[in-house]
Design a binder for this molecule. Structure first.
Ligand code: AMP
Length: 179
C-alpha cells in the first residue's frame, strides 16, 4: 500500500487491511466488539454519504459487500449491523464518511442496545446537542472538534497493526476459498 491513508486528520495506514481504488477498510481504535471495522472512502473531503461521486459510490458499496462477507466468515457472526451515522445529529463524531460493520451473535445478544453504544450520546438532549453543534459553526466547526487522542481510551498502535495484518492475511484466504 503506497502513501499515507487518512481517516479524517489521523494517519491510519498501519490499521488498513484492505484498499481498493477509492475505498479502504480499517480496524477500529475503540471496537464495540471484536471484528468491529470501518469502511472509509480514501478522499478525506467525503464527509457525508452524498459526497461520494458515482464511481466512488460503486466502489464503496462493492467494498462494503466484500468486507461484510469476510467479517461474517472470519468472526463466525450470525448477523451484522451495518451502520452509517450520517451527520453530527445522527451521532457522527469523525467528519469523514465511515460505515460500521459490527458482528452480532445469537448468544449474549444485546439487541438494539448496540445503537446506544454506537451513538455514545454525550449531550443531555437533542436540543442541547443541536445548539452546541450550531454554536461551534455547524459542519465546518465540527470538523475542528475531533477529540484529542489523549482523551480517548484507545487500543495501542501495535495491537491494531497486528490485527490489520492478520485480517489482510485472512482476507486473502477468504477471497481464494469463496471464488
Ligand atoms: P461515529 O460515532 O459513527 O463517528 O464513529 C466513529 C468511529 O471511529 C468509532 O467507532 C471510533 O472508535 C472510530 N475511530 C475514531 N478514531 C479512529 C482512529 N484513529 N482509527 C480507527 N478508528 C477510529
Amino acid at each position: 500500500m503506497s502513501g499515507p491513508i487518512y481517516f479524517y486528520k489521523y494517519v491510519v495506514t498501519p490499521q488498513v487491511f484492505f484498499k481498493s481504488k477509492y475505498t479502504y477498510a480499517l480496524v477500529n481504535l475503540k471496537p464495540l466488539v471484536p471484528g468491529h471495522v470501518l469502511i472509509v472512502p480514501l478522499r478525506t473531503q467525503v464527509v457525508r454519504l452524498s459526497d461520494l461521486t458515482p464511481d466512488e459510490s460503486t466502489d464503496y458499496f462493492n467494498t462494503l459487500q466484500l468486507i461484510q462477507k469476510f467479517i461474517s466468515w472470519h468472526f463466525k457472526a450470525d448477523s451484522l449491523n451495518i451502520a452509517i451515522q450520517d451527520g453530527p445529529e445522527a451521532g457522527q463524531t469523525v467528519p469523514h464518511l465511515h460505515t460500521h460493520i459490527i458482528p452480532r451473535y445469537r448468544t449474549n445478544n444485546i439487541g438494539d442496545q448496540i445503537y446506544d453504544k454506537l451513538d455514545d450520546w454525550r449531550f443531555q438532549s437533542w436540543d442541547e446537542r443541536r445548539s452546541e453543534y450550531l454554536a461551534i459553526g455547524g459542519r465546518e466547526g465540527r470538523k475542528k472538534l475531533a477529540k484529542p487522542d489523549d482523551q480517548r481510551i484507545a487500543r495501542s498502535q501495535e495491537e491494531m497493526a497486528q490485527e490489520a495484518m492478520e485480517l489482510e492475511r485472512q482476507l486473502a484466504e477468504f477471497t481464494v476459498t469463496s471464488a
